[in-house]
Structures are given as C-alpha cells and as structure tokens.
Design a protein around this ligand. Structure first.
Ligand code: ARG
Ligand code: ASP
Length: 724
C-alpha cells in the first residue's frame, strides 16, 4: 500500500512537471505544439512566436520592468493591470485631482499623460546561445573562474550580435545556468497614461480579497506607447507618435467557458520548482514564518493609523499594499506546502531519483553525493538565511527611517574633506529623493513600526548579529517604544524641516558631521556592520556552493528523468503557459466555479467601506442590467475567471488568450490554495485568476464613457468553436 502511494505521488509529480510549466516561446514547436493542439489550440507555434514574421509575441511587452502589458490596437494602446499602473497613476494624482480615486479617461490623444519612468520592453527575437556562453567552461573549474569565463563570453556575444541602434542585447541563464539564451529587445520610454477605472473597481476587495478566489476585481488600466516618427523607441517628446506594433490582440466578446483552451503570454519573475526537500523546508518552515510574523506586526500598526486618518491612508496605501502582498503570499505558501504535502512529494521524488542512480553505475558515480551535500548545505545556510531575512525585513523593508538612512549611506560616505565636489554634486539628487520620501512620510507611524521592528530584531536574533546592542539600547531608553521615539525624535532624516534647513544652510562638512552622528544613521550603520561581518560572508561562502550543486542537480534530473519535459524556472523572460479554464475543489465537499460576475460584486458591496465600496454608477448599470454587448447569453456580466495556467509574479497584466489568439482576459493573481505554486505547482489546485475582457470593455465603454477607445480595437464575436 505504501509503495503504491509512493508511486502515485511520484507519478503526480512527474505529471505536474510535464503537464504544466512556463515554456520558451522559441521552443514551442519542438516541446509543446502537439500537446497544445490536443488541448484545443487552433494556431501554430509560429503564430505565437516567430523571429521573422509578425506573431503574437510582437504584441507582448514587459511593463515597467515588473509586469506584463499587451498591445490591443494598431496604435500602441496598451492594456495591463490596475495594480501594475498604480504607481504611475499615483504619481499623476494630486489631492485635488486624485485619478486613482475618481478613475480617469483621457478624452483624446493630446490629453494622455506622460507616465515618467514607465517603460515597455518588446522582444524582437530570442536565441539559444548555450554553446558560445559556455565556451571554455570545464567541469572541474572553480565557480568564480567559471563565472568570469561566462561573463567574458557573454560580453563578446553582446558586442558581436548584430542589432539596430535602438535595440538591446541581453543574455540570461536558464535551468540554473545549464543553458543560456540571448534576447534582442527594444524598450520604449515614452509611455502615457490613457485611463483606469476608480480604485473602488480596479482594486475592489483590496487586501482582503488579494490572492483569493472567488474574486471581483476590475484589475486593469490602459496606457499608450509612443515612438519616434520611424516607429522606434525615443525619449519623451511631444512630437512622438503612437507606436505601430507588428501585432496587436483582437479582443473576444465570447469569453471562455469551463474546459476551454487558454494560454497566458508574459514575463513571469521567479520560481523555484526544482529545489530539494530541504530547500523547500527552509523556505516554507523557516523563512516564510519569520517574514510573515515580522510583517504581521508592521501591517497591523500601519492599518491602525490608516483607519484613523484618511490623509495617512493616502500616504501609506501603496506601501501597505506592497508589504501586504508578499506577506499574504508567504502565508498562503507556507500553509499550501503543508496542506498539499510538498515535502513528502519532494522526498518521494528524491527517492526515485536515487533509485535510478543506483541502477546506473555511471550516474551513480557522478551524482551519488549530490543530494546529501545539497541537504547539508541547506542546513548550513539556514541560520544565516534567517539572519539575512530578519535584518532585511526589520531594518530595511518594514521601517522607513533605517531604510532611508541606508539609502543615504552612499552619499554620506562619499564625503571627502579634501575634495567636497563629489559630495556636493550629489546633493541635488539627494534633496529631490528626500522631498519624495517626506511627501508620504508620517513619523508617528514609522515610530510605532520601528519600535516593533527593533523589538523583533532584539528579541529574536542572536547577540552576535546585533541583538545584544539593540536590547541594551532599549533597556537604557526604557523600552523599545522609548528607543524608537528617541531615534525618530532626534533624527534629522525623519524631520522635513530639519533636513531642509540642514542641506540648504550648512557647509558640506557640517552636513556630513550632522548626518554621520544622526541616531538613525548610526543605528543602521551599526546593524549593517554586524550583518556585513557576521552574516553576509557566510552566505557568500555557502550560496555559491548551493548554486553549483543545484545546477548539477538540474542537469542530473533532466538526464535521469529523460521521459519528462522540463521547463526552466521563471527568470523574468518571455514565457508561454497554457491550460484550460477550470474551477477546482479547495476542500472536501467544496467546489469552486470557474467564473464570477457582477452580481457577485454587489453581494460583496459594503457602502463606505475602504475595500468593498462600489461607485453609484456601477450600481445603476447593474440594477438596469445595462451590459450591452458584454453580457453572456443568459444576461450576466462576467467579471473574472480561473484557469490552469502556470503563472507567477510578473505575469500580472499578461494577456489570457483563447485557442485563436484572441484576448479573453487579463491575468492578475492566483488562488489562495495554490500560492505555493512557485515551489510546488499542483495542477489539481493551482489556478491563475484573470479579469474577463468583457468586464474590461464594459468598464471602458458603459461605465467610463470612453467608448471611443473601442474604435481602435478589434472586437471579435461569434467565432466560437464547437466544443466538447
Ligand atoms: N496578488 C497579486 C500580485 O501578486 C496582486 C497584488 C496587487 N493587489 C493588492 N491588493 N496588493 O501581484
Ligand atoms: N499578482 C502577481 C503579479 O503582480 C501575479 C501572481 O503572482 O500570480 O505579477
């Protein structure tokens, strides 16, 4: 019986590896086309990716470096998530004209607002350059020599690759460094804000609903990419014209139903699907719980202040959301790994790996030590990895004052009494950055957070990592709150007026003296000193050994499980994932349907609530059932759906496409039970969440009154495949 269970477990792992994945667009014909067609795809691999001919890939871009966007018109109209455009829209908002809150649609091209710093990167072509990148690399080379040989090879690849002036060359490792791919890209820097629904729709459900199904968020926003008159990337200029992409996505008015083929094309950020049991345990049982506990404290404190004061809420809403997003994901991840027995699965998989080694003398000689050594190294790194996360979470990520001190360090330590020019030349930028910082900084909030963070650091880490110092300081001050009060109260970095006065009226020498003795800067410097002396060197010693063995383990798995198709872990490069629109059963006797609709928004509606309020106009449209051409045959307005596409962070904003390559939705999240998918993808419960294209169009047209934008789109209807 036990044996049988084990076998089933192994089969399910191998199946989960082969049925799902984030695939390389240039290899679809070889690796995936057949399977995709059997699942319902009506296109060829070449329609999806072609280095020479226009293909769907020409409509896909990396948005703002962290999300995905896609072209939905021949004139550069770009669709992405609301949460991806959030920062840009916030930048364009003022108290008088809060575009986030009210929603906004540019009434014509001339009123599209330049979104400074936002980029759109397209891939011209990609190419396997493993042979060149690994030239001169030998098996018994030290890691450092290996890397410097690869760096040399990559540098020469970059300089010899034929490219246009406006293109960039990037070379990236895949399969833990067993393969290398080159990407020719072009990055547009003139990107303008076209429109978005109000946050009450674009962020409906906010943090409570984040990572959760059933979902009712209209998570989209629109931008436009501008190019010079030759259609090439150019810095912002009022003379730029809308970019004409080689391909744009038609939008389906038919939507998708349970069982329909779907694919998601975009830029997934990072996954770790090939870790060992011990590697997964380190994340799921050690690091995740620590990070979650730290963020629990900081989030509760911020939330308390935000609920009391609307001005604080505006200032902290973006910061809160981003801290809460990873917090909630880690929480879901650690629970999911347990519930769905990730460690047991890894153990069974490793047992099978070992069994196969034992049957093959050549493999055995080569790889018998791999797993035991990896296991030991993960154990060795554990305390240091934990110390690293404690330091970065308590001292940098979750409080503002020490993080800001850290940011200022480069500048402060550039001071040279014999030559002050470097220091003074940086002053302008520092002032601008600090003005930015002060805009949303509330010392009373940060003080409360800092007290909690210092307490967590002082009470939970080791004396030799700085905990003893922090404890001592707290004792002397009369407790952690008093210590935080002292630091923030006496810090120039925490006080806008003091900081302004300092940098505008003092000499460089005086500025330097003041900041060097600033209590926040001094504390950060002290703690970072411990980190640099006690923790970092250990990580720098152990991590490269893990990387080396992980690379060998990856290669070994691909050899030993020859029958399995392996996809490379996500690394922010262009990938395609595919599957079907499908509900799931999260628990015994519970079944989740695949689609939500506007009725569900109204079920969640809480008047005046900061997460679940709904604009009056949406209520009116709902009451009148005024859904126009966006309604289903039975008169509902679909809002979101789920599918078995294997996605991760960075896939937000990615188009969800039907079998014909038409846009049916916009990827934006994953379901709670499956947030562990970065470490342990399980096709039975991992689902991606997409906002329905019909809801997007309805919100632009009926709700937003920006129906003129539809004139440049291509809407398709009635081409629905006969199914089943
Ligand atoms: N969980 C999604 C992702 O990882 C959406 C995040 C934005 N929404 C939020 N409420 N913070 O990015
Ligand atoms: N919400 C994520 C993103 O912003 C997507 C995910 O993690 O599923 O990319």
């Amino acid at each position: 019986m036990k044996k049988l269970l084990l076998l089933l477990l192994i089969l399910s792992i191998i199946e989960s590896v082969s049925a799902q994945g984030m695939w390389l667009p240039s290899l679809l014909e070889k690796q995936n086309e057949k399977e995709m067609k059997s699942l319902g795809l009506k296109l060829s691999a070449d329609d999806i990716y072609s280095p020479a001919n226009p293909s769907i890939k020409d409509a896909i871009c990396q948005f703002a470096g962290i999300c995905t966007g896609e072209m939905i018109s021949p004139e550069g109209l770009l669709l992405t998530n609301h949460h991806c455009g959030f920062g840009a829209i916030q930048q364009l908002s003022t108290l008088e004209s809060n575009l986030l809150e009210s929603g906004h649609w540019a009434k014509d091209r001339a009123s599209e607002l330049p979104a400074e710093g936002v980029t759109a990167m397209f891939v011209t072509r990609m190419e396997d350059v493993t042979i060149v990148a690994l030239q001169g690399v030998t098996e018994n080379m030290g890691e450092r020599d290996r890397q410097s040989q690869i760096d040399k090879n990559i540098a020469s690849l970059r300089s010899t690759t034929k490219k246009e002036k406006w293109e960039d060359v990037e070379v990236r490792p895949f399969y833990n460094g067993n393969q290398y791919y080159l990407f020719l890209t072009q990055t547009f820097k003139d990107v303008r804000f076209v429109g978005a629904p109000p946050s009450s729709i674009g962020k409906f459900g906010a943090d409570t609903d984040n990572w959760v199904w059933p979902r009712h968020t209209g998570d989209f926003s629109m931008f436009r990419v501008y190019a010079d008159k030759d259609n090439h990337p150019a810095p912002y200029s009022k003379d730029n014209v809308p970019y004409r992409p080689r391909h744009f996505l038609p939008i389906s008015l038919d939507g998708a139903e349970e069982g329909d083929f779907t694919m998601v094309y975009g830029f997934p950020g990072a996954t770790n699907e090939y870790l060992t049991e011990e590697g997964v345990r380190l994340t799921g049982e050690v690091l995740d719980p620590a990070r979650v506990a730290i963020r629990d404290r900081s989030l509760k404190i911020m939330d308390g202040f935000m609920r009391k004061d609307p001005a604080v809420k505006i200032a902290y809403v973006s910061r809160y959301a981003s801290i809460a997003n990873a917090w909630k994901k880690w929480l879901g991840e650690m629970q999911g790994l347990k519930t769905y027995k990730a460690l047991e699965k890894k153990r069974a998989y490793e047992a099978e790996f070992t069994r196969r080694l034992e049957q093959n003398p050549a493999w055995y000689t080569r790889w018998k030590n791999l797993l035991p050594r990896l296991r030991q190294l993960h154990k060795d790194i554990e305390p240091y990895a934990l110390a690293r996360d404690y330091y970065s979470e308590t001292c940098l990520r979750n409080n503002e004052i020490l993080a800001t001190a850290a940011n200022l360090n480069n500048w402060i330590s550039s001071y040279d009494p014999k030559n002050e020019t470097v220091f003074t030349s940086k002053l302008m930028n520092v002032r601008a950055a600090m003005e930015d910082f002060f805009k949303d900084y509330r010392p009373e909030v940060d003080e409360a957070v800092l007290a909690a963070m210092l307490e967590m650091f002082g009470e939970n880490t080791k004396p030799e990592w700085g905990a003893k110092d922090v404890q001592g300081m707290a004792e002397q001050a009369g407790g952690y709150p008093a210590l935080a009060k002292q630091i923030i109260g006496n810090s120039t970095i925490a006080n806008r007026d003091k900081f302004r006065a300092l940098v505008s009226s003092k000499t460089p020498a005086e500025i330097y003296e003041t900041l060097k003795n600033d209590p926040a800067y001094k504390l950060w410097d002290q703690l970072q000193g411990y980190y640099a002396a006690q923790v970092q060197p250990k990580i720098q010693e152990i991590q490269p050994q893990i990387n080396l063995l992980q690379r060998q383990y990856m290669a070994a798995q691909m050899e030993v499980f020859k029958e399995t198709r392996f996809f490379p872990d996500a690394n922010s490069t262009l990938r395609l994932t595919y599957g079907k629109v499908r509900g799931f059963s999260p628990r015994d006797a519970l079944q989740y349907e695949y689609q939500t609709d506007l009725d569900g928004v109204m079920e969640k509606y809480i008047p005046g609530d900061y997460e679940f309020d709904v604009p009056q106009k949406l209520i009116d449209l709902w009451k009148a059932k005024d859904y126009g051409q966006y309604a289903t045959a039975d008169g509902r307005l679909p809002v979101a759906c789920i599918g078995t596409n294997h996605t991760t962070g960075g896939n937000s904003g990615s188009p969800a496409l039907d079998a014909n390559g038409n846009l049916i939705g916009l990827n934006f999240d994953r379901v709670w039970e499956g947030t562990m998918s970065d470490l342990n993808y399980d096709p039975a419960i991992c689902r991606n969440i997409m906002v329905d294209a019909r809801y997007v169009l309805f919100l632009v047209d009926k709700f937003g009154g920006a129906g003129y934008l539809l004139n440049e789109m291509k809407l398709v209807k009635g081409k629905k495949k006969r199914k089943k």
